[in-house]
Design a protein. Sequence first.
Length: 148
Amino acid sequence: MISTCRPHVRWIAVLILTTLAASMAHADTVALKANLQPSSEVPPRVSKGHGILDATFDTDTKVLTWTATYAELSGPVTMAHFHGPAPVGQNAKVQVPVDKKALASPMKGQATLTDPQVTDLMAGQWYFNIHTQENPTGELRGQVVPAD
C-alpha cells in the first residue's frame, strides 16, 4: 500500500513546487524614472546640477527600489526624498525619505509603500527631490514616471 501512495505524493509535491515557481515568476515589476533638473523645482533654481533617478516597483511586495545619480550640485547633499501627491509644478509633503547615510551619488535605497502611496506613485503624482545647503528647499527635482 505504501508503494502505491508514493507516486501520488511525488506528483502532488511536483505540482505544488511548479505552482509556487510559476506564481513567483509572475511577480510584476514596474520600471520608473525621473529626470532631475533644477528647472523642475518650484520655484525653479539656477544650478549646473543634473541627475537621473531609476527605480523599480514590485507590485506584489509593494517595495520601491531606487538608484539616483547626480553631478555638479552647488554643494553637498543634505537631504533627499520622494514627495507626493503632486503634479508637475506643485509641491507636496515627504512620502519616503532617503537615509542620510546614503546621500552620496549613486544614492540607493528601498522602501515598502502603503496602498495610498502606491496609488499616487502609479498615477504619476510623486517626485524626487535632492536638497543642498545652498538650496535647502531643493536643488534637483524630477517627476517619477514610467520608464520607456
